[in-house]
Design a protein around this ligand. Sequence first.
Ligand code: ADP
Length: 509
Amino acid sequence: MDKKYVVAIDQGTTSSRCILFDRTGKICSESHREFRQIFPQAGWVEHDPMEIWSTQLGVILEAMGSIGARFDEVAAFGITNQRETTVIWDKKTGKPIYNAIVWQCRRTSGMIEKMKQEGWTEYVRNTTGLLPDAYFSASKIAWILDQVPGARMRAKHGELLFGTIDTWLIWNLTAGKVHVTDYTNASRTMLFDIHKLDWDPKILAYFDIPLCMLPEVRPSSFVYGYTAREVLGAEIPIAGAAGDQQAALFGQCCFRPGDVKNTYGTGCFMLMNTGVDPIKSQNGLLTTIAASTGERVEYALEGSVFVAGAAIQWLRDEMRMLKSTPQSEEYCTAVEDTNGVYLVPAFTGIGAPYWNQYARGMMVGLTRGASKEHFIRAAVESLAYQANDLLNAMKEESGLDIRSLRVDGGACANNFLMQFQSDISRLEIKRPEVIETTALGAGYLAGLATGFWKDKSEIYENWNCNREFVPMLSADDAKKRIKGWNRAVKAALYWAEESLEEECNEGEQ
Ligand code: ADP
């Protein structure tokens, strides 16, 4: 029977989704369902793993049923997922012993502070490519093993299993036959040696996590197993898995070193393919494994902007300057420039390449002529300036020329923003027709492992551009504006210096 579809399972932080793609990479059907966010205390975030599983199963059936797709028409399942979120369950019963601890959850910050004070930062960075942080799975696993009575002992006896969400879904889809993860998800646990491609015994020992509870690690495009008949009534290969950002990089066809994608969402996530060489960052970018199909793994540099689209939401909700976020574009194009106004939306500090947790939002350059339009435009431009800072850091550290910038995420719909990004970064920007690049990446990985697509070049042909942006502003003008932005960031950092001093003085009194 000729296969018609790949099924992409896109398990995100707020919803479970499923998309069916055909051979041309076109979306044939989509279904999604939100699930509960559980906040047991300030700063803690959990999900119910059974709810993740049941909503995911529901949307698979719905996406297929709504177009009458049959299982014998499906070439493969591919999974992409919220990264780092941690589930531990009983191997026999399949029941989680605690809720999933979500990547955003800060409950283990103290554990990580202690680790840093004990001098582990360099080791963690050299081995895992990450900087010690409570985001990653390691300290979350340790927390569950510490807090659930008897859990550590049971884990040591091989009675418990750990998984990120990809692993949890594959285990359930195969009715408990397969306990596996892929390189990209493993690389976000802070337990995985990204050079040796194996779990790191020293970090495991530090957190007292037994090796026997960890999944096998396999490539991102690989037949991990088959859906169980008793679960779905059919045996379909599960043949792709990748963390959401890595799946998006693949879905954007950023296959060559120097290819970059940026997702403009609430925050920004930028990844650069660096090929078979891992690049160690000196200014706070992370080194991570990229989804690939070859024999050898490929690596990526990753950087993020904390406040991107969130700044536009802020204009809408707190400043009440906009009715909707897309409306920002009208205001931006109503004026020639920002009239010298800059906004640094460092609401929660400022990330790579500056890294200052004391920095706060800053608006500079105000004159009597500054208007609401200038204010809004400065906010939208701040997304581009922050992304540009990441691009420069990536360029500098990798020594690679950026070949292309491909964009996705909600705010990439803003044409003004895309044009401005191209103007100041002096890059061609390509916005794809299918902006569901995360799900598409998972679909591609699964389809490549099962021969639905022959090779990456066939997929590359599928990639259709919705719009391309090329620099229009003169290079001199771009330089001047960036200079202004740099001064504005300096002002925000200066503010931070004083608040750090104040904190120290208070501490001494
Ligand atoms: P996430 O996945 O992080 O929730 P999305 O990719 O759905 O985010 O993008 C939503 C974000 O994009 C919001 O923060 C919103 O302010 C911003 N956004 C959406 N459309 C526009 C637009 N046309 N112009 C500027 N920002 C926008």
